[in-house]
Design a protein. Structure first.
Length: 260
């Protein structure tokens, strides 16, 4: 069977935020959630799912004030250097080895690393996500999409409209709701088995269990829950693990389980 040979979950930083941002109705207690990325070794080379945040918008005082000044979500840089470089180094890879990128959606904590890839490799996204994120007016920014992260003419976009195979063993699945063109990913492993990466369609283990999403744009809570049920069904049919996007326990546990 053809499929993905290696899966390496990355932690590209953290975000401090109230728990209810990740699961509607959860308490206001502050939690520190990991910012996820995933490296997939496919036929044709390494594919990176999601890119973390834009470090300059955190470290430069004026940019931080402009983009993160009065928000309830506060980014945390994990180490002394550029988070993506450090995470790749831990995985024993250089950025030049990444042959393609796919973004689940264009929120600041997922699209902020696209600047590493502009003019270099193809970037997969849903067309509906790009169209929402580049509409005129303040709405995208009010919903956590920072145009500076993704509105770059040097980005080699490859847009999809719905479920699409990105590489042998990697299928993007439209899970619109968290954002209008959010996508999750079904990963078939070459050795059998696989994983379903929900990203922000289902942020936490509890959110998966109780079918409760976090933030939604333009849909009802029930419509957001339907996307979680879709992912649970896809995972159950295949016997794959469903991985939530920002769980403080499940994400590092997966990284540990897949290491070595
Ligand atoms: Zn998001």
């Amino acid at each position: 069977m053809t499929g993905v040979r290696r899966v390496v979950p990355l932690t590209l930083g953290y975000v401090d935020l109230p728990a209810y941002v990740l699961e509607q109705g959860a308490p206001a207690d502050e939690i520190r959630a990991p910012i996820p990325g995933v490296l997939l070794e496919c036929d044709g080379g390494w594919l990176l799912l999601d890119t973390g945040f834009n470090t300059a918008l955190v470290t430069d005082p004026a940019l931080r004030r402009r983009f993160h000044g009065d928000r309830a979500l506060r980014p945390v840089i994990p180490g002394p250097g550029e988070p993506l470089d450090e995470a790749l180094e831990r995985a024993g890879l250089g950025i030049a080895e990444i042959r393609a990128v796919a973004v689940s959606h264009l929120h600041w904590d997922h699209a902020g690393g696209l600047r590493h890839f502009a003019g270099r490799v193809p970037v997969h996204a849903q067309r509906a996500e790009y169209e929402y994120a580049t509409q005129p007016g303040p709405e995208p920014a009010e919903h956590g999409m920072f145009r500076v992260d993704y509105d770059d003419p040097a980005i080699d976009w490859r847009f999809a409209a719905g479920d699409t195979e990105l590489a042998p063993g990697v299928t993007a699945v439209l899970t619109a709701g968290h954002t209008p063109g959010h996508q999750s990913f079904v990963v078939d492993l070459a050795g059998g088995g696989g994983l379903v990466f929900a990203f922000d369609a289902a942020n936490t283990t509890s959110g998966c269990e109780h079918e409760i999403p976090g933030g939604l744009i333009g849909v009802t809570l029930e419509e957001g829950a339907a996307q979680i049920r879709k992912l649970k069904r896809l995972a159950a049919e295949r016997g794959y693990q469903l991985v939530p996007g920002h769980d403080p326990v499940a994400w590092p546990a997966l990284a540990k389980a897949l290491a070595g």
